[in-house]
Design a protein around this ligand. Structure first.
Ligand code: PNW
Length: 465
């Protein structure tokens, strides 16, 4: 890519692209794969744009070699993919292992390594085995131990070759969109309650998996494990208004800090988040104990359970106070948060409505993470730009986006001294964009979903650096 000064990036910088199993694989019922919550969610009509499903998606289950060609064509050093839990363990437990699932991922990993591409593997990217949802899913206490067994199985099976692991991708999005808003699988709308329970159990699951790796696998395999946290960069809407300033702090409490504080700061949720939820529970007459669960002494602490910081960054927000707004007396996550993130009118929107393009927000967020949370290396595990409407292979705007963004990452490295180790563009391919189906395209490669060949064509922005 022209114009970008790559000399500020370390020579061993990870230049990657990311995908997720349900979004690309298809083969939803092939070779013994069990159903996941996204199969169920999509097959129930009326939940996803035009009832699109991931049944076939990019058919990466059968067309992996095509994906590998794309990865090689871009000259990527790293590829981030996720494992379909129910392809490996159809009922979610290690009681039944699907050998064809194991063989598929073994081939993917071996091919990547043979081509000099380092795999980064996500264990959980939104697609819980349906059999586990039937037992209560992320709302059940038992899920943490079941996840730990799954993680142990994956470390044992693939960890001789895989050295970079993400346990859970975006616990915020899974908890909030899946258990509060109900617009992601499993489609639960139980405002103000399930969201905290699901988030808590994801943290417990992550913690157990990290400890298992640390104790039993790290000595032999010498890899690194983290969880991927999504965050916007946020500032008060009116910096001169104290209410907006407090609201911006609350916004952070309930988004990045919700997960980052337990893992990187204290081993627990922040005092301010806890106090806020407790006060509002009392005020609203909610008497069934704390809506924000507690970590217990009988389990390992989440503190220190990350070997690097994995950040998914897409956009920024200006935050305004909502404390006295319409949600004041509502038992809900947004009521608890008492803050609303708005888009600055000067920010361009790309494709999806929520994605305002703010490259310098990434630089600010990287510095903030270094200052507030950790001096560990940071991988940007997702960042991207979407397209809607007519396909534009000549996507000059997206090329510009990558150039601007990487410029900002370069400044974070050279001027702010943030230890950024890698950048993964979301996504290698146009794919199944959750509730938006195939109407939103994030790929470095276009995929022609109208024909069974699912032909991949490089966008102009594909060679993003
Ligand atoms: C991330 N939102 O999710 C995911 O990790 C990817 O699987 C996904 O394709 C990508 O971002 C692009 O959306 C998000 O509504 C899903 O704000 C939804 C939101 C943000 C991130």
């Amino acid at each position: 890519m022209s114009g970008l000064d790559v000399s500020v990036f370390p020579h061993d910088f990870a230049w990657g692209a990311a995908t997720a199993a349900y979004q690309i694989e298809g083969g939803w019922n092939m070779d013994g794969r069990g159903p996941s919550i996204w199969d169920t969610f999509c097959h129930a009509k009326g939940r996803v744009f035009e009832d699109h499903t991931g049944d076939v998606a990019c058919n990466s289950y059968q067309l992996w070699e095509e994906d590998l060609k794309c990865i090689r064509q871009l000259g990527l050093t790293h590829y981030r993919l996720s494992l379909s839990w129910s392809r490996l363990l159809p009922d979610g437990t290690t009681n039944h292992v699907n050998p064809k699932g194991v063989a598929y991922y073994n081939k993917v990993i071996d091919d990547l390594i043979a081509c000099g591409v380092t795999p980064m593997i996500t264990l959980y990217h939104m697609d819980l085995p349906q059999a586990l949802q039937d037992l209560g899913g992320w709302s059940s206490t038992e899920i943490a131990d079941i996840f730990e067994s799954y993680a142990r199985f994956c470390f044992k099976t693939f960890g001789d070759r895989v050295k970079l692991w993400i346990t859970v991708n975006e616990p915020y999005v899974c908890a909030k969109l899946g258990h509060e808003d109900g617009i992601f699988a499993p489609g639960i709308k139980n405002p103000g309650i399930s969201v905290y329970l699901a988030g808590h159990n994801m943290l417990r699951a992550h913690t157990k998996a990290w400890h298992t790796y640390n104790t039993h696998f790290r000595p032999l395999q010498a890899g690194q494990v983290s969880l991927a946290l999504n965050s916007d960069w946020v500032e008060p809407l009116d910096p001169g208004c104290p209410k907006d300033a407090t609201a911006a702090e609350r916004y952070k409490d309930f988004t990045l800090d919700w997960f980052a504080c337990p893992v990187f700061c204290t081993g627990d949720y922040s005092e301010s988040m806890r106090a806020r939820i407790e006060t509002r529970s009392l005020d609203l007459g909610y008497k069934q104990g704390s809506r924000l669960p507690r970590f217990t002494k009988s389990e390992p602490s989440p503190l220190g359970t990350a070997d690097f910081f994995a950040l998914n960054y897409y956009t920024s927000r200006k935050v305004k106070d909502l404390n006295d707004g319409s949600k004041k007396n509502e038992l809900s996550f947004e009521g608890d948060q008492g803050a609303e993130g708005v888009v600055d009118p000067s920010w361009p929107i790309c494709g999806v409505h929520w994605l305002a393009v703010v490259p310098d927000g990434l630089r600010k967020l990287l510095k903030y993470i270094k200052d507030m949370y950790t001096s560990l290396p940071i991988y940007i595990t997702e960042n991207g730009f979407s397209q809607m409407g007519p396909v534009q292979i000549e996507d000059a705007d997206r090329s510009q986006f990558y150039q601007d963004t990487l410029q900002e990452v370069g400044k974070a490295i050279s001027q702010d001294r943030v230890n950024v180790k890698g950048y993964f563009a979301w996504s290698l391919l146009d794919n199944f964009e959750w509730s938006d189906g195939y109407s939103v395209r994030f790929g470095l490669f276009h995929v022609d979903f109208s024909t069974p060949e699912l032909k991949r064509t490089i966008y102009r922005s594909g060679p993003y650096r």
